[in-house]
Ligand binder design. Structure first.
Ligand code: GNR
Ligand code: NI
Length: 181
C-alpha cells in the first residue's frame, strides 16, 4: 500500500479528460487500494484517479464516516437523476476552500467494480453529491468552476501563496551548503 500525491488547483494536469478503464488487472486493484489509503489518510470521502495523476475513469468513495462502505466506480455513467439541491463542497485538490454547489439530489449510476463487473447503484444525499463531484474530476472539472471567476481567481491566488509558503519552509530545512538534487 502507498500514499499517492494529490494534485492541487491550479495544476493543469487536473484538467485532463480521463480515458476509460480497459484493463481490470492486478495493477488496477493495487491502484484502487492505494486510492482508498490516500483518501482515508487525507481524510476525504471520495477520490478520483485524476487527482493522483492517473487519467483513467476510476473513482473511490466512502461516505459512511467509519470506513464501512468503500465504493469503487470504474467507467461510471449517471443513468437517472432527480431533484436539485445546494450543498457545501470541499475538495482535496482545493484544500481549505468550501462553497455551495447545485447538484442533483438523487442519482442512479451504472459502473464497473474493481474486477470489471457491471453494477447499478442509487445514491442520495452526500453520496449523490460526492459521486457527481468525482465524475466532474474525470472530465477535468473542479467545484470551483461553478463559482464566479472572481471567487475562482481569489482561490487560485490564495492556494498559490499557500504553496509558495510551504515550499519556502521546506527550503529552510535544507542545511546551508547541502547538495540539492
Ligand atoms: O472529502 C471530500 N468531501 C466532500 C464534501 C462535499 C462534497 C464533495 C466532497 S469530495 C471531497 C474529496 C475530493 O476532493 N474528492 O474529489
Ligand atoms: Ni475533489
Amino acid at each position: 500500500m502507498a500514499l499517492l500525491e494529490i494534485l492541487e488547483f491550479p495544476d493543469p494536469r487536473l484538467r485532463t479528460r480521463a480515458e476509460p478503464v480497459t484493463r481490470f488487472d492486478a495493477e488496477l486493484v493495487r491502484l484502487v487500494d492505494d486510492m482508498f489509503e490516500t483518501m482515508y489518510a487525507a481524510p476525504g470521502i471520495g477520490l478520483a484517479a485524476s487527482q493522483v495523476n492517473v487519467h483513467q475513469r476510476l473513482l473511490v468513495m466512502d461516505v459512511s464516516g467509519d470506513r464501512s462502505d468503500p465504493m469503487v466506480f470504474a467507467n461510471p455513467e449517471i443513468i437517472a437523476r432527480d431533484g436539485i439541491g445546494l450543498m457545501e463542497e470541499g475538495c482535496l485538490s482545493v484544500p481549505g476552500i468550501f462553497d455551495e454547489v447545485e447538484r442533483a439530489q438523487r442519482v442512479t449510476v451504472r459502473a464497473q467494480d474493481r474486477h470489471g463487473i457491471t453494477f447499478e447503484r442509487e445514491l442520495t444525499e452526500l453520496a449523490a453529491v460526492c459521486l457527481q463531484h468525482e465524475m466532474d474530476h474525470l472530465d477535468g472539472k473542479l467545484f470551483v468552476d461553478y463559482l464566479s471567476s472572481l471567487k475562482r481567481d481569489r482561490i487560485r491566488r490564495k492556494l498559490e501563496k499557500d504553496r509558495r509558503a510551504r515550499t519556502e519552509r521546506h527550503d529552510a530545512k535544507v542545511p546551508v551548503g547541502a547538495a540539492r538534487v
